[in-house]
Design a protein around this ligand. Structure first.
Ligand code: ADP
Ligand code: MG
Length: 339
């Protein structure tokens, strides 16, 4: 008799969870991205104990149809892509159908959802990958998902977590980036009843920057843009006198997705020439729009690393746009933000 067998679905989901759900902030990222993909205009995130006890994400998006609710928790089940060609022009933040099954395999989850085409909503309770109950419920249109006791069945992962303040800082960081990349959505984040972030959702990037980094930092930032045949860039960068000792205040967004990219970060800094002191980094929010065919987001389960075709061309455009903007600022020093 052979020795190879297929793993159970729950075990396979737990293995996938190892990559997708590293810490409470990864759960927040996946759930908020789902809310964004569901066309929400308001997304409220409430956590207890930096997400270790509870993470609740409530949205006013399209909701999930009754017949789809169980399927949403199956591995590789998604409403976002259909065919191989879709994979090359993904416009949503999610598409792999991995987040929900991964999360429910390592936590105790309840979801309430209602779609506007149905009279009743649906409530489902799943723990450790096992469905405990599903029932109709009264619910406003949208989705609320509550994740409790994260990693209750994976003690090694639980031990690996950092202190509560660090985990909370990671969650705030995720919401900050999502708020900066989706200025027309009103976000809120609170921990143990205390509101930490609240954005207006009125489409004004300057205001979101002010909310997140403080008005005085926002006042020392200027708008910039750049364009060539393949790429359109716009956003805000700090003047050389506003810097930090970390690259963390730089947000690179590609078609609305927050990404990490060393080469582009370097290109951005290069735009400052010799204006920055060694070891100091600017504040920046850089929106890059390009044909989805030019970017492969299917590199890593968290999709923060992407492969960009013509990356050298984009880097050059970024450096030049920033250099040009800072040059102008030297000539007319009154183009500061008026907040
Ligand atoms: P993916 O986002 O890659 O499709 P997920 O496991 O995160 O995979 O979600 C599975 C499916 O569940 C989504 O494709 C979507 O149809 C549905 N879904 C999840 N969260 C929401 C939400 N907040 N509002 C509406 N639909 C949702
Ligand atoms: Mg998703």
């Amino acid at each position: 008799m052979g020795q190879i067998h297929e793993l159970s679905d729950i075990l396979a989901d737990q293995i996938a969870a190892g990559e997708v759900v590293e810490r409470p902030a990864s759960v927040v990222k996946e759930l908020v991205e789902n809310a964004i993909d569901a066309k929400s205009t308001q997304i409220d995130v409430t956590v207890e104990d930096a997400g270790l006890t509870t993470i609740k994400v409530s949205d006013n998006g399209i909701g999930i149809l009754h017949d789809d609710v169980k399927l949403a928790f199956r591995r590789h089940a998604t409403s976002k892509i259909n065919s191989r060609t879709d994979l090359f022009k993904v416009k949503t933040l999610g598409f792999r159908g991995e987040a929900l099954p991964s999360i429910v395999s390592v936590a105790d989850v309840t979801l309430q959802t209602a779609n506007k085409t149905e009279l009743e909503g649906t409530a489902i309770h799943i723990k450790g990958g096992e469905i405990k109950s599903t029932k109709p419920c009264a619910s406003r249109v949208g989705t609320t998902i509550t994740v409790r006791d994260l990693f209750f069945n994976t003690p090694a992962r639980l031990k690996y977590l950092s202190s509560l303040p660090t985990e909370l800082a990671n969650i705030s960081d995720i919401i900050n980036r999502l708020a900066l990349s989706h200025t027309d959505i009103a976000f809120s984040l609170s921990n143990n009843g205390k509101v930490l972030i609240k954005t207006a959702g009125n489409g004004n990037l300057q205001q979101v920057i002010g909310t997140i980094y403080g008005i005085s930092s926002a006042r020392q930032m200027v708008s910039f843009n750049g364009k060539d045949l393949d790429f359109t860039i716009n956003g805000f960068i700090s003047l050389p006198k506003l810097t930090r000792a970390s690259r963390n205040y730089i947000s690179l967004l590609i078609n609305g997705r927050y990404i990490k990219n060393y080469k582009l970060t370097k290109a951005l800094i290069a735009g400052y020439g010799s204006k920055l002191m060694v070891g100091r980094y600017p504040f920046a929010v850089v929106n890059i729009q390009l044909d989805p065919l030019l970017v492969d987001v299917n590199v890593h389960p968290t999709k923060q690393e992407v492969r960009i075709s013509k990356e050298d061309e984009l880097s050059e455009l970024l450096t030049q746009s920033i250099a040009k903007r800072l040059e102008q600022e030297n000539l007319i020093p009154n183009g500061l933000l008026n907040l």
